[in-house]
Design a protein around this ligand. Structure first.
Ligand SMILES: [Zn+2]
Ligand SMILES: [Zn+2]
Length: 560
């Protein structure tokens, strides 16, 4: 082991001691040793062991540790402390602008254990509530995390959505009058994008020569018909070169899953030589309606298309109201009126305000007194904003025992209740199911919020039995939320068909904490399309009148 590696071990040990909030004297002395080792001009393993402790900046304790590393290649103290630290917390050391002391607060006080959770907390304005974290720090932490994720190579759909058209536009200038289309996972509206794919009507040689001479594109690899670059913003870009005759075939084939492709190729072998000029024409040549790209997933879809059984999919314009959002009464950035006005500006008919409940102290959850106050204020606003309507709701924490956060008398005052898990997320499936089922069976629960608590690219979510939850929601007339925040998209679209088959309503909800967040609804619509959701299946597509009727009838049904 060379001096730099040994210095790194000491430096990491010092940081981890600070992260754990342990003996700061020790951490200072290890940090000093790391500094001293880095400055040494002689390799440590060439210095007689007994002389190491007399090197300036290295005391007896550090000298013993250096000898341990030289002899065993390991440092037991370091290994022990690493094993006691969640990997996501260690990873936070890669984020510029937060040192070990801040990470200690993030881990121990905010109870966040991964960078993704930290990013989400920044977006929910939660960091600035803690000592040493002002608005400015929160903003810079947020930017540094986004940068870190970019450099890691996987992106949320929403992140790529802002970059993809810019790159397409750039290619259109580089290859004028050639057809260029985005394909792959992005065209299939997948929630996570690992590479951004394009079909370009051009030869591979010309594409290669052009991009190799373009700043910001670094060649990664090439094949017979494909070439891969890394762009300066960290996105992997894969390009399929094709002729104008096979452009559409390439576009469809590269925007389909393997299962879908195999099924299509088996049933319609002649398609491979199709020279259709549009995707609609491509499918009509085999006598079926166009299968849109988000549906190109399974063999079953091909069969449904053959039988003409694919329904009309929900569209962003089918959303009529905002269900699930937060105002500055709890942890949102905007006032209730600003949120309502933003919804009005988007042509929507209603807004369900669901601030956090009292146990969510980190989000300034509402005490009973505040709820009464908010309800009076909503009545006032509703007079002012008529015919637009604000509905009274709460995002009630599902407590550790599965109960909701208020007594029935308070719960009865809401038009609807969204029940979500926010605490003790690390639990077994058995525990998670006990909490969820109990909450679903509570007559006041109208909507089950973000079912698994997952945060894409950072937190897998607690284990659940989707089928059992869907059955319980069907039996108790509970709506399942499709949380449209691009980091959540929870319930996973792969389970939605099962819910629809049991006549369970889905609600595409933005869970926005600021006015801009209302637009996240469209990310929910995009994954809902993958699950063949129609506007009839989605509660937030109900008109104001239908929504009011839904609430009244449900209350009657539940006897509440
Ligand atoms: Zn929530
Ligand atoms: Zn929420």
């Amino acid at each position: 082991m060379d001096n730099y590696q040994i210095a790194d071990s000491f430096s990491l040990l010092a940081k981890l001691i600070d992260i754990h909030g342990e003996n700061s004297f020790k951490s200072k002395s290890y940090a000093a040793a790391a500094f001293a080792i880095e400055k040494l001009t002689t390799p440590l393993n060439e210095i007689p062991r007994e002389k190491i402790s007399s090197i300036k900046g290295i005391g007896d304790s550090s000298a013993r540790k250096i000898i341990e590393i030289l002899e065993t290649g390991k440092l037991q103290n370091l290994e022990e402390i690493i094993s006691k630290t969640p990997p996501g917390v260690v990873e936070m050391l890669n984020i510029k602008g937060i040192g070990p002391k801040k990470i200690h607060t993030i881990w121990k006080e905010m109870e966040l254990e991964s960078i993704g959770e930290l990013l989400y907390a920044c977006k929910e304005n939660r960091l600035k509530l803690y000592k040493g974290f002002g608005e400015k720090t929160q903003q810079s932490v947020l930017e540094n995390i986004e940068f870190y994720f970019k450099s890691k190579g996987s992106f949320l759909y929403a992140q790529v959505a802002t970059i993809a058209p810019v790159i397409q536009n750039f290619f259109e200038k580089l290859f004028p009058s050639k057809r260029i289309e985005i394909t792959g996972a992005f065209k299939r509206q997948m929630e996570i994008i690992n590479e951004l794919e394009f079909v370009i009507e051009e030869t591979l040689t010309i594409i290669e020569n052009t991009l190799q001479n373009t700043e910001g594109f670094e060649l990664v690899e090439k094949d017979k018909d494909t070439i891969v670059f890394k762009s300066s913003n960290g996105i992997i870009i894969k390009i399929y070169a094709c002729t104008s005759a096979n452009f559409i075939h390439t576009l469809v084939a590269t925007s389909s899953s393997e299962e879908f492709n195999n099924s299509i190729n088996e049933k319609f072998p002649l398609l491979a030589s199709s020279n259709a000029i549009s995707e609609v024409e491509y499918f009509s040549a085999i006598g079926i309606n166009m299968i849109v790209s988000p549906l190109r997933e399974t063999a079953e879809i091909v069969e449904m298309a053959e039988k003409g059984k694919i329904p009309t999919l929900i569209q962003p314009a089918d959303i009529r109201g905002i269900i699930h959002c937060h105002s500055n009464w709890s942890d949102g950035s905007n006032t209730l009126e600003e949120m309502a006005q933003a919804a009005i500006n988007r042509g929507l008919e209603y807004l369900v305000i669901s601030d956090h409940s009292k146990s969510a102290f980190y989000a300034q959850g509402l005490q009973e007194e505040k709820i009464r106050e908010q309800h009076l204020y909503i009545d006032e606003l509703n007079q002012k904003l008529h015919p637009f309507k604000i509905f009274k709701s709460i995002e009630s924490d599902i407590l550790n025992d599965g109960n909701l956060d208020y007594a029935d008398g308070i719960l009865a005052g809401f038009d609807l209740v969204i029940a979500s898990v926010h605490s003790n997320l690390k639990m077994s499936e058995e525990k998670a199911m006990m909490r969820l089922i109990k909450a679903i069976e509570n007559p006041y629960t109208t909507i089950l919020g973000h079912m698994t608590g997952r945060l894409l690219l950072s937190r897998p979510g607690y284990p659940v039995n989707h089928d059992a939850i869907i059955d319980a929601c069907a039996a108790n007339h509970v709506v399942i939320e499709l949380n449209a925040h691009p980091s959540r998209l929870d319930i996973d679209w792969r389970h939605i068909q099962k819910a629809l088959a049991k006549k369970v309503l889905i609600s595409i909800d933005p869970d926005s904490h600021h006015t801009d967040g209302l637009d996240d609804t469209r990310f929910g619509v995009m994954v809902a399309q993958k699950a063949m959701v129609t506007k009839m299946d989605n509660l937030s597509s109900y008109s104001l009148e239908a929504f009011e009727k839904f609430i009244t009838e449900r209350k009657k049904l539940k006897g509440i």
